[in-house]
Design a protein. Structure first.
Lengths: 201, 201, 201, 201
DNA sequence: AATGAATGAGACTTCATTCAT
DNA sequence: TATGAATGAAGTCTCATTCAT
C-alpha cells in the first residue's frame, strides 16, 4: 500500500465526516438558529456521538464558521456561473439561483443575523459572498451602461439596490408573505419590467 | 379616595413599569439577540430586580412578544402618518422612517429572524406590521395607477417589491455594506429615479 | 427597619455563605486535590445546590484562590501571635502551630503543589504566607545574633533552613513516615537541641 | 532464529517502548501535574499513537505508577552511590544529587503530592525511595556517632530532620523562594556548618 | 409589590479508553 | 503490532424561573 494512497483514503474519510457534520449543522442551525441549536442534536442528525463531533470541530462556533465558509463557497461558485447576456437573464438568475430552495433561504437568514454578532461569520458571509455578488452585478451593469443599453445611473447604487430587492424578497418569502397570485415566472417578469421600464406612465 | 381612582393609579403604575421593562428588553434584545440576552441584564437596564421583572412578564418569551407588539404598534402609527402625495414623497418616507435609527434597524433584524422561530412574534411582526405596510403601499400605488400617474403594473407585486428593496437596504446597512459614496438624500433620489424611470435607455 | 441594618444582615448572610462554601471547598480540595475535586461534591458538602455555589464564586479556580487567601490570612495571624522569647520557644511554636491539625497539613500540601501551577495561589500562599514567615524568623534570628545569644551565621539562610525543616517535617508526617518513637515534645526538643548545639562532638 | 532470541528481542523492544513512554510521561506529568496531563500529549511526546500507549500501559494511572517506580529505582541507585566518608560530604551529596535538576525537583513535588492520593505511588515513592534514603542516612549517622565524631543524638530523628530539611529546600526552590544571595556552594557550606556546630554562641 | 438567593435542567466541552482496520 | 477515530461519562458553568422574606 502506497503512502499516498493510505493518506488519501484517510483524508477522504476525514473530509467526508466533516462534510457530514457540516450538513447536519447547516440543517439544525438553519431551522433552530445558532443559539437554540445544540451540539447534541447536530451529532444526532449526523448520526455520530457528541464526542465525535468535537474531534472534528473544536467548538460549536467553529461549526458555524464552517457552515458559513461552505455557504460562501457555494455562492461564489454560483455567481461565477451566471452567464445571461441580457439584463432580464441576469436578474432572473440572481433571483432564482440563491433562494429557490428553502434550505438556501434559511441559511441566508441565519447568516444575515449572525453576521452582526460574529466577526468570522461576517468575514465569510459579507466579505466573501455578499460583496462578490454586488461587485459582479456592478460590473455587469457598468457594461450594460457603457454599451448604451442602459441609462447612465450610478452602477454602485443600482447594484446594491438589486441585491437589496432580491434579499428582501427572500426574507418576505421566508416570513410567509404571499407574493403575487401568479407563478414565480410572472414575479420575475414583473420585477424585471419595473426595473427596466420604471413605474412612471 | 375612590376605588376607581386607586385602580386607575395602580394600572398606570403597572403600565409604566411594563413600558420601562419593554424598553430595556428592546435595548438588550436588539444588541445581543434574543437568546444571548439575559433576564438579569434586562432587569439591570430597567433598574429593577429580576424578581420584579417576572412579576410583570411571566416568561422571557413574553417579553419578546411584548417588544414585538410595541414595535408593531409603532410601525402602525408610523404608516398612518405617511402623508406624501407624490411617489417620491412616499418612497422617501418609507425608506427613512423605519430605518433611520440604529435601534430601529436592529429591532427589524431581530424580528426578521425571530419571526421564523416564534409564532407569536410572527403574528405581531408579520401580520400587524409588515402586512399593514405592504397593504398601505399597495393602496397608494393603486391610487397612483388609477390616476394615470403610473403605468398599470401589478400593484401587489410592486408594493412587495418596494418593501423588499427597503428591507434589503436596511439589512445591507446593518451588515456594514457601504452604499454609495454620496449622501442618504442622493441614495433616496437615485432609488426613486430608478423606480420611476427604470434602467432602460 | 434601618437601611444599614438591612444591608448588614444581607452582607452577613452573604459572608456566612461564602465562608460555608470556602470551608467545604477547603475540605474537598485538601482531601482530593484541586483537579479531582468536583464542584458537585463541594456543593454537596456545603449543602447547597451547584448553581448556588456559582452565585458566590464565578469559577472553581476562584474557589481555590479564596481558600488560599483564607489560609494565608490565618497563617499571617498565626505568625503575629508567636511570642516566644527564647529560640526554643520560637522553634517549638513554629513547628507546632501550623501543622498540628491534619487539615492544616493537607492545605499546606495542596498549596505547595498548586502554587507552581497557578499564579494567584502562588501570590497568596508564597508571597503572603511563606515570605512573611521567613521574614519574621529572619528578624528574630538577627535579634538573637545581635544580642550575642547566637553565633553570627547568615540569618537569611538560617531562617530559610528552619522553614525548610519544618515544611519537610510536615510533608514527612503527611506521607505517613513515622518520626521517632517518642512524643511530639521529644521531637521538638531533639530538633531544637540539634539546631542549637549541632551534631559535632 | 532461535525462539529464545526472538523472545528476547521482542522483550527488548517492549522494554524500550515502555522506557520511551515512561520518559514522556515523566516529562508531561512533572510539568502539568497528573490530572492536567493528557494521554494524548504523552503519546505525542513519545512519538507514538494514543492506541499504542494503551497497548503498553492499561491505564493512565499505571503510567504514573511506572514513573514512580522508575524514579524510586533511580533514587535507590543514587543513594547506593553516596560514598562520602565525612558528614560534610554526605550532606552535600544528599542535597545536590536529588534536586540539582529541575526535572528531579518537579518529580519530587509530583510524588510528594500524589503519594497522598494513590496507594501505589505511595508504596513506590515513600516505601522504596524515601524510607531507603532515611535508613541509609540513619546508618551513616549511627556510624559517625559510634566512632565518636558526633554527639549521641537520636539518629532516627536526626536522619528524618536532615531529609526534611533537604526536601524543604527543594520545595522552597521550586516555589521560587530566593535562598541566600550566595552560590549553592555557600548554601551547602552554611547548612553543614549549622548542622555541625549549631546556632548557639 | 419588590427583592434576589436558590434552584436544577441542560449546555458545551474534555479525555481516558476501546476497537475495527 | 500500531493506529487514531469513536465513544460517552463526567465536568464546569449558565440562566430562566421560583419563592421566602
Amino acid at each position: 500500500m502506497l503512502e499516498t494512497e493510505t493518506t488519501t483514503r484517510r483524508e477522504r474519510r476525514i473530509a467526508a465526516r466533516k462534510a457530514q457534520l457540516l450538513e447536519a449543522a447547516a440543517h439544525v442551525f438553519s431551522h433552530k438558529g445558532y443559539e437554540k441549536a445544540t451540539t447534541k442534536e447536530i451529532a444526532e442528525v449526523a448520526d455520530v456521538s457528541e464526542g465525535t463531533l468535537f474531534n472534528y470541530f473544536a467548538t460549536k462556533r467553529e461549526l458555524l464558521i464552517g457552515v458559513a465558509k461552505a455557504y460562501a463557497d457555494e455562492v461564489a461558485a454560483d455567481i461565477a456561473s451566471v452567464q445571461g447576456e441580457t439584463f432580464e437573464d441576469m436578474l432572473a438568475q440572481l433571483m432564482a439561483n440563491r433562494f429557490r430552495r428553502g434550505q438556501e433561504r434559511r441559511l441566508f437568514m441565519l447568516f444575515l443575523y449572525e453576521s452582526r454578532l460574529n466577526a468570522d461569520v461576517h468575514e465569510y458571509y459579507v466579505q466573501e459572498a455578499l460583496h462578490r455578488i454586488i461587485a459582479a452585478t456592478e460590473q455587469r451593469l457598468t457594461a450594460l451602461i457603457d454599451s448604451g443599453v442602459m441609462r447612465p445611473v450610478d452602477p454602485a447604487i443600482a447594484a446594491r439596490m438589486m441585491s437589496a430587492t432580491i434579499m428582501g424578497f427572500a426574507a418576505l418569502f421566508e416570513l410567509g408573505v404571499s407574493i403575487g397570485t401568479g407563478s414565480p415566472e410572472k414575479l420575475g417578469a414583473d420585477v424585471t419590467d419595473i426595473y427596466l421600464n420604471g413605474l412612471r406612465n
